[in-house]
Design a protein. Structure first.
Length: 538
């Protein structure tokens, strides 16, 4: 926890994960769930994108995160509560991995602690922790452990099998409406695992499939039935929005290029020099910090594995996959990792993921396929542990200094000196607390400027989209007053509230308000001596 939350701790809990925009969007949705639990809002209707309904489906739902956050809000302000939510996920994830490795797989305590430590401080998850959804990977060892327990009990205790299956199905349903990406990746990996198992065991033939279904039909019916029930909120929220928006198109640039496999970011403690060298090569053909450099090495592409762990992963996968005729769990697990990972790769302008995108249900809801490498952190560590844990134990007994050095390298190569904790609660409160509450006659509002004189956010294109809209989202949830503004993964069909300083901004808002017959609309512009102004729309 000290490694992951070091910047937060050293700042006196002033700094939280995320930046000026994505983090405030996430906190706004968490505040929505707090309002829901207090009975002040409909569960699928945040206070932004007014007057559209069921707008939770334009972004991740954050259901479980909202429940945890709402508990912390009993003691803390929104920004500290958000940090405490991330800390809760990390703590749960660490303990859940200990339970999975030691309690379910029955490996040694040493292996359990090492795997839990490496997963908790993982370089790629740390760098990408600006995206709060990533913390929900703490649920993966819980789901995996429940599934393994259900499978083990299938032949000995049907009652226990049902209980474990029900718990796993319910958890998956809740995860879907909390963080779609990683719940979907879990389902995707499970499909790959089952397909590999059917293939290596020869059970893919129709007669074998029929016998398999007959033998496990009751457990399958219980799991599917509970999953369908648990997924109803997800379907109610997201199915209409998928039909409305069509999901994402196929985005080739966010599939995994070869350099992404080991891209640890330029500030990785051991391997940053390698990424800096690659960046230097890019600098020879394009200016530093250009879009081309970022498209190759920056942002979401910083999702790779440190070299030592990656080499051990390749060695472990090779040792298991080459065992022809082996139908055991370990080989199937290795095949599922290799095949599912290979489908995310792209070479130049070609990627097999295009088949997944168009053929696998709900795959079009994904844009950043690179995040699958974050999902793979725990499976990769389990794969390496499957092959090498006994060798490491023997090495520890015979040459403890060498074994300790190897463990130290595995830990050190996960440490990154970057600072994903960028959101200062003091700075946010200084800006947002200066905004006066809206007049009582305001039934809805829109934002022009909340923070006068604020520097441009990244570039002019993003500055026109984000700052005023995300501030409006936060303020709307704080006041529980609808706003026309908002920005999300998807936006309403006639959303047209970008570029607030453009000459036609107010005219666009008025046209929108008249189209939707909105009354009691107020305008917020903190540059004015009187920030609030009632506007006539009808």
């Amino acid at each position: 926890m000290g490694i992951v939350f070091r910047d937060t701790i050293l700042s006196g809990f002033d700094l939280g994960f995320g930046d000026r925009t994505d983090a405030i969007i996430e906190i706004s949705i968490l505040e929505h769930w707090r309002s829901v639990l207090l009975g002040a809002a409909r569960w699928n209707q945040p206070f932004y994108f007014h007057p559209y309904t069921d707008t939770l489906g334009y972004n991740d739902g954050y259901l479980l995160s909202g429940v945890v956050y709402s508990g912390w809000r009993l003691w803390f302000d929104p920004f500290v509560a958000d940090t405490m939510t991330a800390l809760t996920y990390k703590s749960v994830g660490f303990v859940a991995i200990l339970w999975l490795v030691r309690g379910v797989l029955r490996w040694s305590w040493g292996a359990a602690i090492l795997i839990a430590t490496l997963a908790t401080i993982a370089n790629n998850m740390f760098l990408q922790s600006i995206h709060a959804q990533i913390q929900t990977l703490a649920l993966l060892p819980i789901v995996a452990g429940l599934a393994i327990k259900a499978a083990r009990a299938e032949t000995s205790d049907q009652g226990r099998t049902y209980r474990w299956a029900i718990a796993a199905a319910a958890m998956m349903g809740l995860w879907l409406v909390t963080s779609f990406y990683f719940a979907w990746f879990t389902i995707y990996f499970s499909i790959a695992f089952v397909a590999c198992w059917l293939w290596v065991t020869g059970r893919w033939r129709s007669a074998e499939l029929a016998r398999l279904f007959h033998a496990h039909r009751r457990t399958a019916a219980v799991f599917v039935g509970v999953f369908v029930l648990a997924a109803i909120p997800f379907v109610l929220v997201y199915a209409p929005k998928m039909l409305e928006t069509g999901g994402h198109g196929f985005v080739l640039s966010y599939t995994v290029q070869p350099t992404d496999l080991v891209n640890t970011g330029e500030r990785n403690l051991l391997w940053g020099w390698l990424v800096r060298a690659l960046a230097g090569m890019v600098h020879t053909v394009t200016p530093a910090g250009s879009r081309l450099e970022k498209a190759w090495l920056g942002g979401e592409h910083e999702a790779g594995f440190p070299l030592l762990l990656f080499a051990l992963t390749c060695a472990a996968a090779y040792r298991l996959v080459r065992r022809r005729g082996d139908t055991g769990f370990a080989r199937v697990f290795a095949l599922a990792i290799v095949i599912s990972w290979a489908l995310t790769l792209r070479i130049w302008q070609v990627s097999p993921w295009i088949l997944v995108h168009y053929l696998v249900p709900a795959a079009s809801g994904l844009r950043v396929v690179l995040r699958y490498q974050l999902f793979l952190v725990l499976p990769v560590l389990l794969l390496v542990g499957t092959v090498f844990r006994h060798r490491l134990t023997r090495l520890w007994r015979r040459r403890p200094v060498l074994a300790a050095g190897l463990i130290a390298l595995l830990i050190l190569e996960q440490i990154n000196l970057a600072q994903p904790a960028q959101l200062s609660r003091k700075a946010q409160f200084a800006a947002l607390d200066a905004v006066p509450a809206p007049p009582t006659e305001c039934h809805a509002f829109y934002v022009v400027v909340v923070r006068p004189g604020e520097p441009i956010y990244v570039d002019r294109r993003l500055n026109a989209l984000y700052p005023h809209n995300v501030d409006a989202m936060f303020l709307a949830e704080r006041w529980r007053l609808p706003t026309l503004n908002g920005f999300s993964t998807f936006n309403p069909p006639d959303w047209n509230v970008a570029s607030p300083e453009a000459a036609d901004y107010d005219a666009r808002v008025m046209a929108y308000a008249r189209k939707h017959r909105l009354a009691g609309l107020c305008r917020l512009d903190m540059r004015s001596p009187a920030p609030w102004r009632r506007v006539t729309t009808i």
